[in-house]
Ligand binder design. Structure first.
Ligand SMILES: NC(=O)C1=CN([C@@H]2O[C@H](COP(=O)(O)OP(=O)(O)OC[C@H]3O[C@@H](n4cnc5c(N)ncnc54)[C@H](OP(=O)(O)O)[C@@H]3O)[C@@H](O)[C@H]2O)C=CC1
Ligand SMILES: O=C(O)CCCC(=O)O
Length: 484
């Protein structure tokens, strides 16, 4: 397995690596073995403020650099990432737990965001609008917002970072990045890649440590013009409230509670296989994971049989073992949440048809068996809250309107999925689903070229695609009078 130093100076401010001012460190733990991997710096307000100052100073040169030049650095970073995919995937698995094959997929996806935005850097076009007045001209000039605060989660420790810093850097913004404390090593590697690729000092800064204090430094700074955040809806709401004083821009990718609807005209083999892929990827810790499945009553038996056959074949274990399909959950609280959702459902009459236990293998980590429950009702926690774990509830429906109403009956609106071989129905249902992303016979929508993002309490703004750049750009309207 990959070798990591026992202590890392993980604060990167103005092109230099530092320890925390206090000398404090924070342990990074392997969730499969519960062994400490290393210690990283536990920074706070003062380090974050210095990083914001560095980003502010670097902004002028970076934003005025030609897009071609910015783009070249990003291409290089993309290539360096791909060249090192095996080692980076091992680091990711060690700190996050997901199976190596998924970690490799994530690193490639993360590199792809850099490639996509290296290309987009050259295409941030303005507009020339015909004026209603003969002696006037109207221009719209896109300009970078300024210093960006990026706060990222542990579930995709690499791609959630490049999905934010890719468009930020392409647009000409400079960044203070605060990664999740569970997974700082992938963030450190990304920063090192940019250092190697020749990114000027101060353009990308990293502060690991006290979330509240670092967040507060971002929120209270008039120089941080945008906060881009992926994580829980609760913290997203907090950032929104606290951004009001400075009227900051916000881009928020928050929780989801994705429904899968399996219609009676679905290809049940495809539906069962992909339901499994959606629910158990990253042990269910993906914001677009299926949280609840609605299957038409007439195909319930057949569908659940096929599903269980697939679930039975899944192997739980240490993600670093190439044969593992499901790794550990990130921590004890995550495990408790799954257990609580299961106990709540069972106490109200749900039937466990597969799984149901903390894993009793020989590893100490936070493992949970893939579990399937039926006889669930609308008021159970699992049908209302994001579980973020490998628990799959199956409920039946009898008609299309009922299925749509059930799917929409939530404050979340990130991703929803339908399985049907009927094109008319697929389009009809897609249009009525109140979600930012709809998968039709597909459950893996995240990709660099498409706009990923939720509605309702799942967030604001898009990441990915040419749309992803918009968050990092202000449109300056220039009104030109001609007087001669
Ligand atoms: N949309 C998604 O992809 C994700 C959704 N979630 C959902 O959230 C639940 C809880 O997970 P959790 O990791 O606690 O998610 P959080 O929202 O608490 O954490 C996400 C990131 O935000 C940081 N953060 C937390 N509080 C603040 C603050 N006041 N100011 C600035 N940054 C802050 C965290 O740092 P720190 O941990 O140091 O507080 C972390 O870097 C999960 O069970 C899941 O339901 C979680 C992760 C990703
Ligand atoms: O959980 C998320 O916030 C992003 C999902 C990314 C992916 O599906 O690759």
């Amino acid at each position: 397995m990959v070798q990591v130093e026992t202590k890392i100076s993980s604060l990167f401010i103005n092109g230099e690596w530092h320890d925390a001012d206090s000398g404090q460190t924070d342990a990074v733990t392997n969730p499969a073995t519960l062994q400490t991997i290393t210690e990283v710096a536990y920074g706070g307000e003062f380090e974050a403020k210095r990083a914001i100052d560095a980003a502010k100073t670097a902004f002028t040169e970076w934003s005025e650099m030609s897009p071609r030049k910015r783009s070249r650095i990003m291409y290089k970073a993309h290539q360096l990432m791909l060249d090192d995919v095996d080692r980076l995937a091992e680091i990711l698995t060690t700190e996050q737990g997901k199976p190596l094959k998924e970690a490799k997929g994530e690193i490639k996806g993360a590199a792809n965001f850099l490639l996509w935005y290296a290309e987009e850097a050259n295409r941030i076009y303005g507009e020339w609008i015909p004026s209603s007045q003969r002696r006037k001209r109207i221009l719209v000039v896109p300009q970078p917002v300024g210093v960006v605060g990026a706060i990222t989660p542990w579930n995709f420790p690499s791609s959630m970072i490049t999905r934010k810093i890719g468009p930020a850097l392409a647009a000409g913004c400079t960044v203070l990045l605060k990664p999740a404390p569970e997974t700082p090593l992938s963030a450190i590697e990304i920063v090192k890649i940019f250092e190697k690729a020749g990114l000027p000092e101060g353009v990308l800064n990293l502060v690991t440590g006290d979330a509240k204090a670092i967040g507060e430094a971002m929120l209270s700074s008039r120089d941080v013009r945008l906060i881009t955040f992926t994580g829980s809806t609760e913290v997203g709401k907090y950032l929104m409230r606290e951004s009001a004083d400075h009227v900051k821009k916000l881009s928020l990718e928050l929780g989801g509670h994705a429904p899968i609807i399996v219609f009676e005209d679905a290809d049940l083999d495809v539906a069962a296989k992909l339901t499994l892929g959606s629910k158990y990827r990253n042990a269910g810790q993906t914001c677009i994971c299926a949280n609840r499945v609605y299957v038409h009553e007439s195909v319930r038996e057949k569908f659940s049989q096929k599903l269980i056959e697939h679930v039975e074949a899944l192997k739980v274990g240490d993600g670093s073992d190439p044969s593992t399909d499901i790794g550990p959950l990130i921590n004890e609280q995550a495990l408790e949440k799954v257990e609580n959702h299961l106990n709540d459902a069972v106490s109200q009459g749900a039937e466990v048809v597969y799984g149901c236990s903390k894993w009793n293998g020989e590893l100490d980590g936070h493992f949970y068996s893939p579990t399937v429950v039926t006889n669930v009702t609308d008021d159970m926690a699992v049908m209302n809250e994001e579980t973020f774990g490998p628990l799959l509830p199956l409920q039946t429906f009898t008609d299309e309107d009922e299925a749509i109403a059930q799917a929409n009956n939530t404050d979340y609106g990130l991703a929803a999925y339908i399985f049907s071989e009927n094109l008319d129905r697929s389009l009809r249902v897609m249009e009525r689903l109140e979600y930012g992303i709809v998968g039709v016979n597909d459950v893996f929508p995240a990709t660099a070229e498409a706009p990923f993002g939720g509605i309702k309490q799942s967030g604001i703004g898009k990441e990915g695609g040419h749309h992803g750049i918009d968050e990092f750009v202000e449109q300056k309207y220039v009104s030109i009078g001609m007087h001669k």
